[in-house]
Design a protein. Structure first.
Length: 422
């Protein structure tokens, strides 16, 4: 399979993945009404998706290193299909919670496994761009597809919309299983045969300052994504006072702005890396600065009700902050190239912890404020604060070009020179 065809298929899979994730958000007005939910209950619905998302991501990412990333992706696509078809029969809130819990379990491994699969086809110098294109599917699925999902919800109901998403998963599953896996022919020079896992060798990597602050930076960046996924539609309708149809198009515009900004920023980061051959300069300092700027833009959002300005600021802020989600996996893989699936899954799984606590905290802030606009502004300021802390720590302590310890040398953890040569 041509590697750009591979990117296209994984882009399509990511669109489906995030459309599934964002389905309850786009249908939030209908779901809250159908099940008579409070903001805290709706926050629980957003949170439960991530309860086992992180754990399943780690297990699935590690398992893909032995089972094979292509087979693992096929299993995940089939699971999404079955779960989305089952939503037609959901008639109670407990069943809806169970559906979201299981969907989170089977969507958790997708990110790390897809990135690991891509990394075998692209050298380090162009990996961030390939990952950013794949990640753009998340923006398309979660935001750009919103007008389509809104129209389907209004025309056929949210259950039929979810079933149609299951049909898209089934179609991709059939194409994916019929395609030939040629990713192994593109493995770069830093890849070695996986060795037996040893905690004594892995521990210094996991608890190194670079790993720790990269994980927290990913957590802070994904907090923004979770806010967009869970609360943006409700915010635009209930705080900014857009109609449901206008909300769909506003989310579309935010998604397009975000996609342009994050792909451009990731490409710029790749160019800086090719020029400097320095991960700290091109990946760490660059994306940390963007994340802090993103936080400042969010603060400005709380001072305006102008529809165009709100949409523009949120779109740019999200694009700047999510650039770290493209660069973070590159940093994690550089620490342990031979265990890419495991390292990427650690990053994506840790970042998704924000999905467990974020919706519930935001739901409480909105409900306790007594005023919807003030409550939503509290959640935006909370997001900005977390972004600033994450960006600052990342810029100060993430030094992926420096050796972690002598004991990791045999694992190829600090052989950055070989990565630069490829």
């Amino acid at each position: 399979m041509n590697r750009w065809v591979l990117v296209f298929l994984l882009l399509f899979a990511t669109i489906i993945n995030f459309a599934d994730k964002n389905g309850t958000s786009v249908a939030s007005i209908h779901i809250i009404k159908d099940f008579n939910l409070s903001y805290v209950q709706y926050g629980l619905l957003g949170s439960i998706f991530f309860w086992f998302f992180a754990i399943s991501g780690i297990i699935g990412g590690a398992w893909s290193d032995t089972l094979g990333t292509k087979k693992m992706l096929g299993i995940l696509l089939l699971a999404w299909t079955i779960l989305q078809f089952s939503t037609y029969f959901i008639m109670s809130f407990p069943l809806l919670l169970m559906y979201r819990l299981l969907l989170g379990i089977f969507e958790g491994p997708f990110g790390p496994v897809a990135i690991s699969h891509l990394s075998r086809s692209f050298p380090p110098a162009s990996r961030a761009m390939a990952i950013s294109i794949c990640n753009a599917g998340g923006i398309i699925g979660a935001l750009v597809m919103s007008p389509v999902l809104v129209h389907l919800n209004q025309s056929f109901g949210w259950r039929i919309t979810f079933v149609l998403l299951g049909g898209a998963s089934l179609l991709l599953f059939l194409v994916w299983t019929a395609s030939k896996d040629s990713s192994k022919s593109h493995i770069d020079a830093t890849d070695t045969a996986p060795r037996k896992f040893k905690w004594s060798e892995f521990k210094p990597i996991l608890f190194s300052p670079t790993s720790a602050v990269t994980l927290f930076a990913l957590f802070s960046s994904f907090w923004m994504v979770v806010w967009i996924m869970v609360w943006l539609p409700a915010y635009l309708v209930e705080a900014v006072h857009l109609s449901e149809a206008k909300m769909g198009f506003a989310v579309l515009i935010i998604g397009l702005i975000n996609m342009i900004v994050t792909v451009s920023a990731s490409t710029w980061s790749d160019r800086m890396y090719k020029k400097t051959k320095n991960l700290r300069t091109s990946r760490v300092l660059f994306t940390a600065l963007l994340q802090i700027i993103s936080a400042l833009l969010l603060v400005i959002v709380t001072f305006t009700q102008n529809h165009l300005l709100v949409v523009t600021l949120i779109g740019v802020a999200m694009g700047l902050s999510t650039t770290l989600l493209n660069v973070g996996p590159v940093i994690m893989m550089s620490l342990l190239p031979e265990r890419r699936g495991l390292m990427v899954s650690l990053g994506t799984s840790f970042q998704n912890i924000s999905g467990i606590v974020g919706p519930i905290i935001c739901g409480y802030l909105i409900q306790s404020a007594g005023n919807k606009l003030i409550g939503f502004n509290y959640t935006i300021l909370c997001t900005a604060f977390i972004l600033i802390v994450g960006g600052a720590l990342f810029s100060l302590f993430a030094k992926p070009d420096h050796p972690i310890s002598k004991s990791t040398k045999n694992l190829g953890l600090t052989d950055i020179k070989e990565m630069k040569q490829s």
